[in-house]
Structure formats: structure tokens, C-alpha cells
Design a protein around this ligand. Structure first.
Ligand code: C5P
Length: 222
């Protein structure tokens, strides 16, 4: 079998990571959550009181930062300079600052190189915003997942409650919409469907249906 590169892009909370993890497990591929990498550098920048508008300072910080993704028994473990930041990168503070950090060319250029190196091993499912357009323009499979903002906020809300986190639906809606706007409007590798990506609107689909749809495309390309 050919070892595929599968790129999954789309707006916040569209179900990318859930679908990507299922597909990676079924194909025995590695899964790479590029959003977690942007979150890790955002977390470090906030810790070091670096201004999220200062691209040069963020670029210097990133050059000096080790970010690793590892498949643990209970999902992916994210390490920043050797420290487990898997949970720390999911706080509201990081979520509300990550798009400002991810906007800078100094940050994106460095991340893109790291992500291309991770994907070079082949047999990879990578999710993010610019994988099909910029990181892996030659990916064998490109998927663009979307869903209405109300539905995405509802899903994230249910997820939060299930985890025992406090959650406010209206806040989530605003946060998701604000992040999508920044990610879509930035100059450097904005969130955009690649011309050759297959678009899947997941609004009325179950996660199993989404995974099956992506698997069908992947099987056909092997
Ligand atoms: O996927 P997740 O929601 O964790 O991504 C967090 C943020 O990281 C996005 O809102 C976006 O600003 C940034 N990001 C990006 N490019 C990627 C992945 C994530 O700019 N490939």
C-alpha cells in the first residue's frame, strides 16, 4: 500500500481532530495536530510575557523552543521544551491568543518547516488551517471540513460539559467566530479551501459518517 499524506483543514471546532484521529488509527498512520503546535508557542509566549503582536520576538522565541507530539495511550501528548503541556494549551487564555500569534510570518515559516519534516516520514494525517494549501500542497488527500458556527459551538459546548469544564454557549460562539475571522483574514497562509480539496459539510453528519467519508477517499488514492 502507498503511504499517503492526508491533509484535513477547516474552521475551529469543525471536528477535524476527532475525524483525523479515527482515520489515522484505521490506517495505522501518525496523526499530527498542527493547532497544538501553535497553541504550545502561544502558551510559552504568554508565560514569558511576550507581546502577541510582536512577530519578531515570537519568531525568536519559537527558534529556541522544542515542540513534540507523541501518541500516548489516551491520545496525543504535547510537549514544549520537554514539559507536558497537553492540558495547559487548551485554556481560554491560550485559545483567545493563538490566532494573534499564528498570524505572524516569522511564526508560520518556522512551523511550516517543522510540520513538513514531521510529514516527510509518510503515512500521516495532519490537521490544521493551511495544510492542503501551504504545508503539504502535494498531499494525496485533501479534505476541507466545515459546519455552521451554531453547530460547532454546540458540539464544543457538549464536549466541555462532558469533560466537567464550565462552558457558555454564547461565549463559545463568539470565540469561534472571532478565531475564524482572524484565521481567514490573515495575509500569511490564511484558512482557505485548497482548489483540489474535497469539501465535507459535517453539520448534519455523525463523526462516524465523517470518518467513513474520508476513509473512502483515502482508500481510492492508495
Ligand atoms: O486547531 P486548533 O483550533 O487547535 O488551532 C488553534 C489555532 O492555531 C487556530 O485558530 C489558528 O489560529 C492556528 N492554526 C494555524 N494553522 C494551522 C493550525 C492552527 O494558524 N495549521
Amino acid at each position: 500500500d502507498k503511504q499517503l499524506q492526508i491533509a484535513i483543514d477547516g474552521p475551529a471546532a469543525a471536528g477535524k481532530s476527532t475525524a483525523a484521529k479515527i482515520v489515522a488509527a484505521r490506517l495505522s498512520y501518525i496523526y499530527i495536530d498542527t493547532g497544538a503546535m501553535y497553541r504550545a508557542i502561544t502558551y510559552k509566549a504568554l508565560q514569558h510575557n511576550i507581546n502577541v503582536e510582536d512577530g519578531k520576538a515570537l519568531g525568536r522565541l519559537l527558534a529556541d523552543t522544542d515542540i513534540s507530539l507523541e501518541q500516548g495511550e489516551n491520545g496525543q501528548i504535547v510537549r514544549m521544551d520537554g514539559i507536558d503541556v497537553t492540558e495547559a494549551i487548551r485554556t481560554d487564555r491560550v485559545t483567545n491568543n493563538v490566532s494573534a500569534v499564528a498570524r505572524h510570518s516569522e511564526v508560520r515559516r518556522d512551523m511550516t518547516i517543522r510540520q513538513q519534516e514531521l510529514a516527510a516520514r509518510g503515512g500521516v494525517v495532519m490537521d490544521g488551517r493551511d495544510i492542503g494549501t501551504s504545508v503539504l500542497p502535494k498531499a494525496d488527500v485533501k479534505i476541507f471540513l466545515l459546519a455552521g458556527v451554531d453547530e460547532r459551538a454546540k458540539r464544543r459546548h457538549a464536549e466541555n460539559l462532558k469533560k466537567g469544564f464550565s462552558s457558555d454557549l454564547e461565549n463559545l460562539k463568539r470565540e469561534i467566530a472571532a478565531r475564524d475571522k482572524m484565521d481567514t483574514e490573515r495575509v500569511e497562509s490564511p484558512l482557505k479551501k485548497a482548489a483540489d480539496a474535497i469539501e465535507i459539510d459535517t453539520t448534519f453528519m455523525s463523526i462516524e459518517q465523517v470518518a467513513a467519508a474520508i476513509m473512502a477517499v483515502a482508500e481510492a488514492r492508495k
